[in-house]
Design a protein around this ligand. Structure first.
Ligand code: PLP
Length: 425
């Protein structure tokens, strides 16, 4: 039976059998027992499915991955130990030394570093583009060794909206998949596969968990990208893998080849798995994701409108405000709301912005974003402090940008706290 998102949030991934626990059990075991050596050998050769070691697969982790895959409308998913690991795996699964990819520059600072610094050390080069450039200028950046295109549905912290359909068409024209980090929108507000994206990633640390209780990530495969049609571009999937006795992923696993390779090769060799306990916590968060997202968006809309009218506020960017440069994109991709995160700048000096933040009462200064509690951060001083002034500008972050992550408390209390802190500026 086809189910709606709210129902998948509750029932996806795990169905208790007769006499089994109603809540997803935590399989806190490194390993799984077999009766004969041959049974185990077949698992190692990928001839049979089954659990044998939690680094490769674990029933608790798998159940939660299945729920997220169902929410996104994908055919398979892998949980990772963090959102950073998810974005690294998504790229590294199809890129190796000598390859290149293209990314929007409106992305999270950690991803910016990962792509621009760490992947470079592995010989993988990337070009940062401005998503406001015209098609011709962006397409000029594709090279014969370009392997994918990357962007965030709603960027952290700038709140820019990624034109998924436009960039999916562009990526496909050049024979590569589009990878979208859907952390801020969540599948409740946007399902990138419906607009042509091929792979979706998440920092599940954020709204999916929703309670700041675990760090995690996820990669979801739509199963739609035809790797064989680009046989020579993706030999990692279309040519034999020596580490599995010459098995070829596309031949053995068809449209599951990308996500299967991620498990059996990257997890085997790099091992960034979540603890089953963390997946259990994530699953509890997912049960209320749809409810919470509605409240985050309703609260953030009211707060953004209030900020916009406030004389101490210089500018506000929130995608569903008519004043946002991305209002039209938000109407298209986020008709039910964007997320709880608002970017704004205060009139006055940087010191005054800091005084404002220091005077907040229950709204806390934390690195984290996108959970039940309203919180605030100054990216230029905190999350993005490794970036130069030029890189900050390129990433769409002005030095006065305050990132306000609106939670699900009573909105009148949120506004009252902001007001009293502004009064002290
Ligand atoms: N992607 C986005 C959009 C993020 O906001 C973050 C973290 O803030 C990450 C990825 C990295 O996730 P994590 O902190 O779980 O490693």
């Amino acid at each position: 039976m086809k189910k709606n998102l709210e129902t998948i949030c509750i029932h996806g991934g795990w169905k208790a059998g007769k006499g089994e626990p109603q809540q997803l059990p935590i399989y806190q075991s490194t390993t799984f027992r077999y009766e004969t050596s041959d049974q185990m050998a077949k698992l190692f050769d990928l001839e049979e499915n089954g659990y044998f070691y939690t680094r490769l697969a674990n029933p608790t982790n798998d159940a939660v991955a299945k729920k997220i895959a169902a929410l996104e409308g994908g055919i398979g998913a892998v949980l990772t130990s963090s959102g950073q690991a998810a974005n690294f795996y998504a790229i590294f699964n199809i890129c190796q030394a000598g390859d290149h990819f293209i990314t929007s520059n409106n992305i999270y600072g950690g991803t910016f570093n990962l792509f621009g610094v760490t992947l470079k050390k592995l010989g993988i080069e990337c070009t940062f583009i401005d998503q406001d450039w015209d098609d011709e200028r962006i397409e000029a950046e594709f090279r014969p060794n370009t392997k994918c295109f990357f962007g965030e549905t709603i960027s952290n912290p700038g709140g820019r909206v990624f034109d998924i359909e436009r960039f999916a068409k562009m990526a496909h024209k050049h024979g590569v998949p589009l990878i979208v980090d859907n952390t801020f929108a969540t599948p409740i507000n946007c399902r990138p596969f419906e607009w042509g994206a091929d792979i979706v990633t998440h920092s599940t640390t954020k709204y999916m968990d929703g309670h700041a209780s675990q760090v995690g990530g996820c990669v979801v495969d739509s199963g739609n990208f035809d790797w064989e049609s680009q046989h020579d571009k993706f030999p990692c999937l279309t040519e034999p893998d020596e580490s599995y006795h010459g098995l070829t992923y596309t031949t053995a696993f068809g449209n599951m080849s990308y996500i299967t390779k991620m498990v059996v090769q990257l997890m085997r060799d790099l091992g960034s798995i979540p603890a089953p306990q963390n997946s259990f916590l994530l699953n509890i968060g997912l049960e209320t994701l749809a409810l919470r997202m509605r409240q985050h968006c309703a609260n953030a809309q009211k707060v953004a409108e209030w900020l916009e009218k406030n004389e101490k506020v210089g500018w506000v960017n929130y995608a569903t405000l008519p004043s946002s440069p991305d209002y039209a994109l938000a109407q298209k991709y986020l008709p039910n709301g964007a997320c709880g995160v608002i970017a704004f700048g205060l009139n006055g000096s940087r010191e005054e912005a800091i005084r404002f933040m220091d005077n907040l009462d229950f709204i806390s200064i934390v690195t984290h974003v996108a959970d039940a509690r309203t919180c605030v951060l100054h990216p230029a001083s905190h999350t993005h402090r490794q970036l130069s002034e030029e890189q900050l500008r390129e990433a769409g972050i002005s030095p006065d940008l305050v990132r306000l992550s609106v939670g699900i408390e009573n909105v009148d209390d949120i506004i009252a706290d902001l007001q009293q802190a502004m009064d002290k500026m």
